[in-house]
Design a protein around this ligand. Structure first.
Ligand code: NOJ
Length: 611
């Protein structure tokens, strides 16, 4: 009878981690085109990713999120999908994907896919059937008749259904000759928007989720989620209402920022769709014994973001926290960074999971946005704060934006400026350049005899993974050391305390009674400073350095006390403290040891004397 109970306990313990993994997951974003090219065609691919999984395992990554791997003509680097259920040929085959999944699983790395629900690509079969007016595809997209208008000279012409502007500039409407109507595209012309007022679309997209869940993926990153719905013409006299001017300085009539997007984003209907996807993901918890993560991408006001988490009765997603991307920069003070951290923690509904994003394929690299001197600081903060951490490929070695000439530019956001001089201000190509593995040709990314899909950044000879692995004082080793300590109970579950001791010193503590505490210290200034943390009364005094950033004089394993900590300029340090004992269970537990012993002794004496 004992064995089954034991087995049951073991099984329960295993499934507990499979159910909770997502709450503190370290997720590594892979941009497949630029990660590793296995077949020498200059473009990254699935087999290249599989080849590098041991590296990610060694680094301590829990899950990888793959930017789109589906068939696509690449008008927007794969976010214009022809077929949600097939693999882009230049990335490999479905068998390659399944092998990637199996190898990941054997290494304990989960695979999260990109789900792009707002739009398909214009080569999609759905779109072609919609153009042809074939039911039910006829209602899959947002179609509308043009409006009649008259020039000053009296000539009559047809104009788009509304003044809406694409995120990538110019009208968000494109006329289709065959259907004789305009279709909406919030991004490039090749990305027709799906119509979420159609139940057929809702169901079709749920089935896309099921297709990949059936293969065993561990969840999804959901693209551009706040663009799912547009104002319903039935509420506006049968037309799509014009959006008001934003009044934004420097925005011309073709620029997205020219309008206030009150009818094309953040519509309240969106949340229910996200919650309904959560229900689909939850269908798999029992059958696959694993919780499926959903992280949603929206650049929106905080109050709108946190609603994605769910309500008191419904679960939703983890809304990406982009505050480190948009709300701080290389001049931000410790006061400002603390405020940004605290704001998310304050607004996040209780019991939900926080998350920290410091980079992605749409934003300049941390080195460029926050400055080279803050690479370790930003990586450490993202890794030691509560919840999920997302690392964009290359941030662990502090890659920098590469130079991409106008001729080499691929990003539609830059190409659509039609401006060979200032295009770079809008381009996302510099932060998508190939991963810098080593100092060999093409940075070890590809062995092509031609060119890579985007040029490799010039600095790869010195800034590359191999060089950093060989150098114990590198961004990579610091990152890895922090990741190792991220697995500590204090960082997994401990209470959070953030303090700005001055304009330049930021201190983050994670304390869990009965466990060693963890303390992150960042000096944002160039001058060395010695800090006194005796005001952190619950933090034990004895500290040991467990991760030391590239600018720090204090080395790993150094021990010191909290009253005097020397911190070099631009240094990020992670310390482990002695065991924390305060309040709650642990201190009661320790205090009660003598009482328990006393009780046991008396009981033994009484039993001995009276039996
Ligand atoms: C957000 C993606 O991250 C970005 O790369 C893409 O261009 C747009 N959504 C459109 O899918």
């Amino acid at each position: 009878m004992r064995l089954p109970i034991l087995l049951l306990l073991v099984a329960t313990a295993a499934s507990a981690s499979d159910l909770d993994w997502w709450k503190t997951a370290l997720i590594y974003q892979i941009y497949p085109r630029s990660f590793k090219d296995s077949n020498g065609d200059g473009t990254g691919d699935l087999n290249g990713i599989t080849e590098k999984l041991p590296y990610l395992h060694d680094t301590g990554i829990d899950a990888i999120w793959l930017s789109p791997i589906y068939r696509s003509p690449n008008y927007d680097s794969g976010y214009d999908i022809t077929d949600y259920r097939s693999i882009q040929e230049e990335y490999g085959t479905m068998e390659d994907f399944e092998r990637l999944l199996n190898v990941s699983r054997s290494l304990g790395i989960r695979v999260v896919l990109d789900f792009v629900p707002n739009h398909t690509g214009n080569e999609s079969e759905w779109f072609n059937r919609s153009i042809a007016g074939e039911a039910p595809y006829n209602e899959y997209y947002v179609w509308a008749d043009g409006l009649n208008a008259t020039y000053d000279n009296g000539t009559v012409y047809t104009k788009p259904p509304s003044n809406w502007i694409s995120n990538f500039r110019k009208s968000a409407w494109e006329f289709n000759e065959v259907r004789g109507q305009y279709y909406l595209h919030q991004f490039v012309i090749g990305q027709p928007d799906l119509n979420y007022r159609s139940n057929y679309v809702q169901e079709a997209m749920k089935n896309v989720l099921r297709f990949w869940l059936d293969k065993g993926v561990s969840g999804f990153r959901v693209d551009a989620v706040n663009k799912l719905y547009e104002a319903d013409p039935n509420n506006y006299g049968g037309v799509y209402p014009d959006e008001p001017l934003s009044g934004a300085a420097n925005a011309g009539p073709d620029d997205y920022e020219y309008l206030s997007h009150i009818y094309t984003e953040n519509l309240l209907e969106t949340y229910d769709v996200v919650y309904s996807w959560r229900d689909v993901l939850d269908e798999y918890i029992t059958s696959q014994g694993e919780y499926k993560i959903m992280m949603t991408e929206a650049y929106a006001a905080l109050q709108l973001m946190i609603r994605y988490y769910g309500t008191s009765t419904r679960n939703g997603s983890i809304p990406f926290n982009f505050s480190f991307l948009g709300d701080i920069n290389k001049n931000s003070t410790a006061w400002e960074i603390k405020t940004v951290i605290d704001r998310w923690m304050t607004y996040m509904p209780s019991g939900r999971v926080a998350n920290w994003v410091i980079g992605n394929h749409d934003q300049s690299r941390v080195a460029n946005r926050q400055g080279v001197d803050r690479i370790d600081a930003m990586n450490m903060l993202a890794l030691i704060l509560p919840g999920v951490t997302i690392t964009y490929q290359g941030e662990e070695i502090g890659m920098e934006d590469g130079y991409v000439s106008w001729n080499d530019t691929q990003d539609p956001q830059a190409c659509n400026t039609d401006d060979p001089i200032n295009y770079y201000l809008h381009s996302r190509d510099p932060n998508r350049t190939p991963y810098q593995w080593d100092s060999t040709a093409h940075a070890g990314f590809s062995n092509t005899t031609g060119s890579t899909w985007l040029p490799v950044a010039d600095n790869y000879l010195t800034l590359n993974l191999a060089a950093q692995i060989a150098n114990p004082k590198s961004h990579y080793h610091f990152y890895k050391d922090v990741v190792t300590n991220r697995k500590s109970p204090a960082i997994q579950e401990g209470d959070l305390d953030t303090r700005a001791l001055s304009e330049s010193i930021l201190v983050v503590t994670r304390l869990l009674p009965g466990e060693a505490g963890m303390l992150g210290v960042v000096n944002l200034a160039s001058e060395a400073q010695t800090i006194d943390l005796t005001s952190l009364r619950l933090l034990p005094s004895d500290l040991e350095v467990v991760a030391s950033g590239v600018n720090c004089a204090l080395e790993k394993n150094a021990t010191l006390t909290k009253s005097s900590i020397p911190v070099s300029g631009h240094c990020a340090l992670l310390f482990r403290s002695g065991v924390v004992s305060y309040g709650g269970a642990a201190s009661t537990h320790y205090l009660s040891y003598p009482l328990i012993l006393l009780a046991l002794a008396s009981y033994t004496i009484i039993r001995t004397n009276f039996s």
